[in-house]
Ligand binder design. Structure first.
Ligand SMILES: O=c1ccn([C@H]2C[C@H](O)[C@@H](CO)O2)c(=O)[nH]1
Ligand SMILES: [Zn+2]
Length: 131
C-alpha cells in the first residue's frame, strides 16, 4: 500500500503553480479514514491563489458537509530537507475546524516526516469563542 509520502508526491502533479513553481500537496484524513486531497491552485491575479491546506478543507467540507471530523493532515512541499510550514492564513482557517491537539504531519522531499500540532502552529488563536 502506498505511503502518505508516495501519495503526496503523486498529488503534487495536480498543483496549479505556474507562477511560483512551488507545488504543495495535502492529504486531509477524516475520522472514518476517508482521505481528501488538496493542492495549491494559483491565479494570474496572484491574490486569487488558494493553498493546498485550505483546498483540502474546503473540498472535504464540500464533499461531506462535516466540519468536525478531521483526524490529521499530511503536507508535502518545497525542496531538500526543509519542512515547509502552513502559511498564516491556512493556520487560521484550519483552527476553525480542528482541536488544539490536531496532528499536522510535514514531509520533506527526502521522505522524512515531522509532526506538530495545531496549537504549535497557532498558539493563542482567535476563535468563535472570542466573538
Ligand atoms: O503552506 C503552504 C505555503 C504555500 N503554498 C502555496 C501558495 C502558492 O501557490 C505557493 C507559493 O507561496 O505555495 C501552499 O499551498 N501551502
Ligand atoms: Zn496557506
Amino acid at each position: 500500500m502506498a505511503s502518505y509520502f508516495d501519495k503526496l508526491q503523486a498529488l503534487q502533479a495536480n498543483a496549479h503553480a505556474p507562477y511560483s513553481q512551488f507545488r504543495v500537496a495535502a492529504i486531509l484524513v477524516m475520522n472514518d479514514g476517508t482521505e481528501v486531497t488538496g493542492v495549491n491552485v494559483e491565479n494570474a491575479s496572484y491574490g486569487g491563489t488558494i493553498c493546498a491546506e485550505r483546498s483540502a478543507f474546503v473540498s472535504a467540507i464540500s464533499q461531506t458537509g462535516k466540519t468536525d471530523q478531521f483526524a490529521s493532515i499530511h503536507l508535502l512541499a518545497g525542496k531538500g530537507d526543509q519542512f515547509i510550514m502552513p502559511c498564516g492564513m491556512c493556520r487560521q482557517v484550519m483552527s476553525e475546524f480542528v482541536a488544539a491537539d490536531f496532528p499536522v504531519f510535514l514531509y520533506n522531499t527526502e521522505g522524512n516526516s515531522r509532526q506538530v500540532t495545531m496549537a504549535d502552529l497557532l498558539p493563542y488563536a482567535f476563535s468563535k469563542d472570542d466573538l
